[in-house]
Design a protein around this ligand. Structure first.
Ligand code: NAP
Length: 293
């Protein structure tokens, strides 16, 4: 058996196209152009690439990008003052502070300072609580992307056995909440889980968010299962480096029914979902109905 490859590039391009159309309608009918402020502190090369890609995608979707680049020595007080200014700026509908932050700045303080209505990363404790309570709110982008990819294979997740490997605040926990809200039966695994291969093998839907290259092997996967691989790991072989996921793709593809590749799976969905969140935030702030995407 050879798994269907879930094409994250195509799904994200489709979503970005729909967001772009909705932004165009919003501008035409209401004179509203959603705007997002992406704040980068310091010179982390990976973060700089992410921020550049985000800003490009924001502009391509017809939204305003208000990038703020601050020096690595920025104090916590100065960053909090910038967040306060962005919170009260009507042109800014979404605020994203790129993590990690330099060590003199407490990321939890910064996240908590963002207006929850503009928290397009979905990391503010109020949005975390809303997701856990089944209330509408802004949902973290990568987990939302995972859900949308799973839904390209299964129109309903009701009753499915879903296993999430990883319990981070940015991926594992929120993805588990989204699957639960969609009526899957959810198990969350972590580094202390006993007999992880056996737990994974129960999964109709397996989400791997671990951060270890090709950690999940083919014989951990239930035949026909859907596998969503969140991992982004750089490995070196023979002097060359490449990106692999948390799942051994070649092995897993012979057992799974459908699987996301790395690269080209979950990765492209994250930015598409950020655009969707910014559009949703802009509509909510203007008391407009949520976008029909
Ligand atoms: P993280 O904060 O390091 O969390 C990793 C999780 O994996 C933890 O809950 C940890 O368990 C668990 N884990 C580690 N070793 C394990 C083991 N041997 N057995 C079972 N569980 C184990 O990582 P993250 O931020 O969630 O990211 C996970 C991966 O997704 C990374 O590769 C990251 O680069 C990638 N990622 C991709 C995107 C995207 O856009 N595609 C976005 C975000 C992250 P404990 O809690 O017990 O330590």
């Amino acid at each position: 058996m050879s798994a269907r490859i879930i094409d994250g590039k195509a799904v994200s391009a489709d979503l970005r196209g729909k967001v772009t159309d909705a932004v165009h309608r919003l501008r035409r009918d209401r004179g509203l152009v959603p705007g997002i402020a992406v704040v980068l502190v310091g010179e982390n090369p990976a973060s700089e690439v992410y921020v550049r890609n985000k800003s490009k995608a924001v502009a391509e979707a017809g939204m305003h990008a208000f990038d703020r680049k601050l020096p690595a020595a920025t104090s916590e007080a100065d960053l909090l003052a910038l967040i306060a200014a962005l919170n009260s700026d009507e042109a800014v509908n979404g605020i994203l502070v790129q993590l990690p932050l330099p060590k003199q700045i407490d990321p939890q303080k910064v996240i908590a300072a963002i207006d929850p209505a503009k928290d397009v990363d979905g990391f503010h404790p109020l949005n975390v609580g809303r997701l856990a309570s089944g209330l509408p709110g802004l949902v973290p982008c990568t987990p939302l992307g995972c859900l949308l990819l799973a839904k390209t294979v299964h129109s309903s997740l009701a009753g499915m056995e879903a296993v999430v490997v990883g319990r981070s605040n940015i991926v594992g926990k929120p993805v588990a909440q989204l699957l639960l809200a969609d009526n899957a039966t959810v198990t969350i695994c972590h580094s202390k889980t006993r007999d992880l291969p056996a737990v994974c093998k129960r999964a109709d839907l397996l989400i791997a968010a671990i951060g270890k290259p090709e950690f999940v092997r083919g014989d951990w996967i239930k035949p026909g299962a859907t596998v969503i691989d969140v991992g982004i790991n750089r490995v070196s072989e023979g002097g060359k480096s490449r990106i692999v996921g948390d799942v051994a793709l070649a092995e897993a593809s012979t057992i799974a029914g459908a699987i996301t590749p790395v690269p080209g799976g979950v990765g492209p969905m994250t930015i598409a979902c950020l655009l969707l969140n910014t559009l949703s935030a802009a509509c909510a702030q203007k008391d407009l109905p949520p976008p029909q995407i």
